[in-house]
Design a protein around this ligand. Structure first.
Ligand code: PLP
Length: 394
């Protein structure tokens, strides 16, 4: 009894068990103790595998990274604190002052901002072009272009990039091709099989799938690029939290089931919405009326994904009435949750654009993007169709 006050400050050894836990243990430890300087040396020299300090790596990040590597068909991917941390690690790790980067003109909003506002401050020039047209990307190239960044399916207009055409160009010109695969996921498209050099994910979205963790992933197929990205991420502190990695791994177990179910729901919901007199158009890659239907079929096969967009007839008033009439569907600017969420680009992701620029992209006040979840599809179709009718009745 009297020993307690003296020993309580000592770390307690983990209880020995003849059996092993089934679930991945959570390891929040910031530091890892070594036996002696020789064994620490061996670790730093890569002769022995181990952890030293959590900013440099920890078991929960490693378990999660190996799982996503498996999905993408690669190795050595890195988990970082957010999707934007993955974008940051890629840019800072692989670019230097004087380089030029070409981005798809409908990249994720913060990626656009990073290219417009942040990279130029560090001497990296940027420009944008339409990735559905490899010729337009080619025109934007300069002698100093070092990298092209694209997403296969754009947000929120669901245009499909000509990744094979762009990859061929990148190969000939010796330019790195970076693909943000968040939207499409490796379930539908594996960018490394189509010539990508680097693949990025916001794990926050479909991979983790429950809107309870913010994480990112980045993988490069060249070992020197992997090392550069890793060193930059560790130096700039883009480290993920062990708990977030643990949660994301838990979400990832059901990723393929969730994805398949959400995709089936999305295809049925797209067809149901197209039947509604209150909708002006529906965008979904497997529908024959999609503007890039042929390319979508070539690159994605029957996979349309869980995202669809549609245009409600009527302006902002109809949009307000619509979200109010869908009380069970979160009107929230994210995607990839198990539950269906709705976003309205004109008031959120695309609010900074002029109405003319939005019109150029086809984003009106009645334009909605739907991240379809895994609910019973009848419930979804019923609620959304009813809300369209209520919003567009005159
Ligand atoms: C959400 C998203 C990101 C950013 O990811 P965070 O985890 O929010 O930082 C990057 N790219 C795409 C396509 C996204 O949807």
């Amino acid at each position: 009894m009297s020993d307690t006050p003296k020993t309580i400050v000592r770390r307690t050894p983990w209880p020995v068990s003849a059996s092993r836990p089934v679930v991945t243990p959570l390891s929040p430890s910031v530091v890892y103790a070594s036996a002696d300087p020789d064994s620490l040396d061996a670790q730093y020299e890569g002769e022995a595998h181990g952890y030293t300090y959590a900013r440099e790596g920890h078991p929960n990040a490693e378990v999660l990274a190996r799982k996503i590597d498996g999905l993408e068909g690669t190795e050595g991917g890195l988990i970082v604190g957010s999707g934007m941390a993955a974008v940051t690690a890629t840019f800072l790790g692989l670019l230097k002052a004087g380089d030029h980067v070409v981005g798809g003109d409908q990249l994720y909003g913060r990626s656009l901002r990073m290219m417009n506002e942040e990279l130029p401050r560090f001497g990296v020039a940027t420009s944008f072009a339409d990735p559905t047209d490899a010729g337009a990307i080619e025109q934007a190239l300069r002698p100093e272009t070092r990298m092209i960044v694209v997403e296969l399916v754009s947000n929120p207009t669901l245009r499909v990039a000509d990744i094979p055409g762009i990859a061929a160009l990148a190969q000939v010109r010796d330019i790195l091709l970076v693909v943000d695969n968040t939207f499409t996921t490796p379930r539908a498209f594996k960018p490394f099989e189509h010539g990508a050099d680097v693949v990025i994910h916001s794990v926050t979205k479909l991979l983790a799938g429950h809107s309870d963790v913010t994480l990112g992933y980045v993988a490069a197929n060249d070992a020197a690029h992997r090392k550069a990205i890793y060193d930059t991420a560790v130096t700039t502190g883009l480290t993920p939290s062990p708990f977030d990695c643990w949660l994301a791994e838990r979400g990832l177990y059901s990723f393929e089931l969730r994805y398949d179910r959400a995709e089936q729901n999305a295809a049925q919901l797209a067809d149901a919405l197209a039947e509604q007199p209150g909708t002006a158009r529906v965008l979904y890659p497997t529908r024959p009326d999609h503007p890039d239907h042929n390319r979508a079929t070539t690159l994605l096969g029957p996979r349309g994904g869980n995202m669809l967009s549609f245009e409600l007839k009527g302006g902002r008033a109809a949009a307000n009435a619509f979200t109010q009439a869908c009380p069970n569907i979160a009107f929230a600017p994210t995607l990839g949750d198990i539950g269906t969420t709705l976003s309205h680009p004109a008031s959120s992701s695309h609010r900074a654009l002029t109405p003319e620029a939005r019109a150029g992209l086809g984003i009106s006040e009645g334009f909605f993007r739907v991240s379809v979840g895994v609910e019973p599809v009848e419930l979804l179709i019923e609620e959304i169709s009813r809300a369209v009718r209520i919003a567009t009745e005159t």
